[in-house]
Structures are given as C-alpha cells and as structure tokens.
Ligand binder design. Structure first.
Ligand SMILES: NC(=O)c1ccc[n+]([C@@H]2O[C@H](COP(=O)([O-])OP(=O)(O)OC[C@H]3O[C@@H](n4cnc5c(N)ncnc54)[C@H](OP(=O)(O)O)[C@@H]3O)[C@@H](O)[C@H]2O)c1
Length: 338
C-alpha cells in the first residue's frame, strides 16, 4: 500500500479527499492535517462533517496533525486542500522532503516546473516531474486545475481537433466552491453574484497551459483565446458552464465527438466509465440531476447548438477538486513516476 495524507483535511475539499481515500484500494490514508485549531483532536471531533455519506469509521479516530514537513514524514503522497497563501511554501517544503504533493491549491499551478494536469487530457505533462527531480527536488508537486477550468477543458478535449481558437464561457458556480465559510447564506439565497475573485483569470490562463505542449523541458501554451465571466449561484454542488467556441463542424458532428470520446487509458480506481457524457435531453445537464454521474467524476455535456455552443457541468468538489487530484495520483503511481 501507498501511505497518503491530506493537508486541510477538515475543509470542503479536504472532506471530499477523506471520503474518496478512506477505502481506497491502493492508498492507505494515515495522516490528516489541519490548522492549530484542529491539531491534536480526533478527526471526528475536529471536523464539522457535511457530506452526504457518513464520516468513514476508519478515519474518525485519527489524531489531526499540524500542517507541515514533520507531520508528512513517512508518507508517499500528500493531497493538498490548503488555502493558496498557505500552500505556497508548505507544498514546496513537503515536496523537497521527498513526498509527492498532489495539490488543489492555485499557488503553483502556473509555475514553469509544475504540471497542471487533468489525467484524461494532458497526462504527458507529468514529464515535468523529472524536470523537478533534475532541479534537486526529492519529491514533486503536481497540480489540478481550478474547478471551472476542469469542466471546460475536459469537454473541449473531445472537440479540440475542430480548429478551435476562440472560447467564451459564462459560469454558474456552486457555493461549495468557496469553501464552507466562503459565502454567507444571506448573500447568496435568492441571488446571483456576478463576481468570483480571480476566477476568470484562472480560467483564461490555466486552459492555455493544460492544452499546451510539453517540449521535454517546459509547457508551451496553446494558441487559444479564452474569455470568461464567472458567477456564483445558489446551488450547493455542481458548476454549470455555457460555452461558445469557433469549432468547425456541424451540430451533429460535434455531438458525435462528445458521444464517441474515449480516454486513452483505463483501469484506474477513480476513473469513471465516461469522463465526458453527452446528454440528449434538451434541458440537461442540471447540477441536481447530473452532478453525481460517474461517482461525481463525469463531466456532463448537452445543448450543442450552431456556432460551437454547448453546456458543460460537473461536480466541483469531486471532479473539480479532490477526485481530480486522486485520479492524478493514481496515474502517477500506475506510470511508476514515484
Ligand atoms: N471548494 C472547491 O470546490 C475547490 C475546488 C478546487 C480547488 N479548491 C481549492 O482547494 C483549497 C481548499 O479549499 P476549501 O474550499 O476546502 O477550503 P476550506 O473549506 O476553507 O478549508 C480549508 C482547510 O485548510 C485548513 N487551514 C486553514 N487555515 C490554516 C492554517 N493557517 N494552517 C493550517 N491549516 C489551515 C483548515 O483547517 P481548520 O478546519 O483546522 O481551520 C481546513 O482544513 C483552496 O486552495 C481552494 O482554492 C477548492
């Protein structure tokens, strides 16, 4: 078994990590880390468990440790769900101490030496792990994208051969994307907030890196223009995206691309049967009805229309965060990169 831990294990994404890792067939979850507020307590007493499945028995009695290198000793992989400001130095320190850090935080996503990976889209970018080793890092950092970017790029990957150069996207993002304490009920109930701090820039830059080419030393950005408009809506889980592209081809051809899309590898425990699923019904996808497809790992697509328009939707704390990171770790292990 591979020994793993979670940084920020009590938060919205941290709890998803715990849910996905507690009975994982390859990974032994043995270390949960959070702030000084939680450290020293049993996990069941430190966490305000808010997921729709019970807190896994196997981890309830684990003592929460403080975030850092000392607590990460003996671990092979650490999953990070830390706030970005904190992740910046902590993740580097833990990686330098020989651990593979699979991170959700935005801190290192755009660093030249760090891969920003969606397992099904750009697994070859994991070649940057070797670049990190060559630079003297004993472990590594691998990041996964922002929770809206991952829905956009997963869907685009099915139609990218259609000479796309220009992408416009409007998001309708769930409140769990802001963490447990991120949006006050009085601010979001009966409301739409047309601003999510730095989200639009993340979508506009991360997309180019993920869809870029690894030249053996660094990633060369894809020649795309992305323009994003991000909105918070009163949905608990599931980000919905309205996408406009200049994809060349008829509506039928694009629908067929989505229907026939296949991932070039299989057999990883967190991998869904379909990473992109086309839904025929004219009023789908919808977060409440479709976010749990593929155990929350499937991006549902629908409403393909003239002008390369479509809707994409996925579970933001699973496909958009913890699940994406666990799938990346499975890919890293299966390719013997650690
Ligand atoms: N929510 C999403 O859909 C989503 C999607 C993609 C990426 N992300 C990214 O994932 C990260 C976590 O997001 P979240 O929504 O899970 O946040 P959250 O609910 O606020 O959880 C934050 C976690 O970090 C810990 N923490 C906070 N301050 C700390 C400190 N000073 N020292 C040590 N630990 C500290 C907290 O521990 P305590 O409970 O002990 O305070 C908690 O476990 C962020 O970087 C976010 O941008 C989130």
């Amino acid at each position: 078994m591979i020994n793993v831990g979670v940084l920020g294990a009590t938060g919205a994404v941290g709890q998803r990590f715990v849910q996905l890792l507690a009975d994982h067939p390859w990974f032994n979850l043995e270390c949960l880390m959070a702030s000084e507020r939680s450290a020293g307590k049993e996990y069941r007493n430190a966490v305000n468990w808010r997921l729709d499945t019970p807190l896994p028995e196997s981890v309830g009695g684990l003592k929460v440790k403080p975030v850092g290198v000392e607590s990460s000793k003996g671990l092979d992989i650490v999953f990070s769900a830390l706030p970005a400001d904190l992740a910046t130095t902590v993740e580097r320190d833990i990686a330098n101490a020989g651990v593979c850090v699979c991170s959700n935080a935005s801190s290192h996503r755009m660093d030249k030496d760090i891969p920003l990976v969606i397992a099904e889209v750009n697994p070859e970018h994991l070649g940057l792990i070797e670049v990190q080793h060559d630079a003297g890092c004993d472990g590594c950092i691998v990041t996964n994208p922002n929770c809206s970017t991952i829905m956009l790029v997963s869907a685009l990957n099915a139609i990218k051969h259609r000479n796309i150069t220009d992408i416009k996207v409007a998001t309708m993002q769930a409140i769990s994307g802001a963490g447990f304490d991120g949006v006050a009920a009085m601010a979001i109930y009966d409301n739409v907030i047309p601003y999510i701090g730095s989200e639009e820039k993340k979508m506009e830059t991360e997309t180019l890196k993920i869809m870029g080419k690894f030249d053996g030393a660094e990633i060369v950005d894809a020649p795309l223009k992305v323009s994003a408009s991000c909105n918070r809506v009163p949905v608990i889980d599931g980000h919905t995206l309205a996408v406009w592209t200049d994809a060349k081809g008829s509506v039928e051809e694009i629908i067929n691309d989505f229907k026939n899309y296949k991932v070039p590898f299989g057999g990883l425990p967190t991998q869904p049967e379909k990473s992109v699923l086309y839904l025929d019904q004219e009023d789908r996808p919808q977060p409440r009805l479709d976010r749990n497809r593929g155990n929350g790992m499937t991006v549902s697509v629908g409403r393909v229309r003239e002008g390369g328009r479509f809707i994409a939707m996925g579970h933001n704390t699973i496909r958009g965060a913890a699940g994406a990171s666990v799938l990346n770790a499975e890919l890293i292990v299966s390719r013997k990169l650690i």
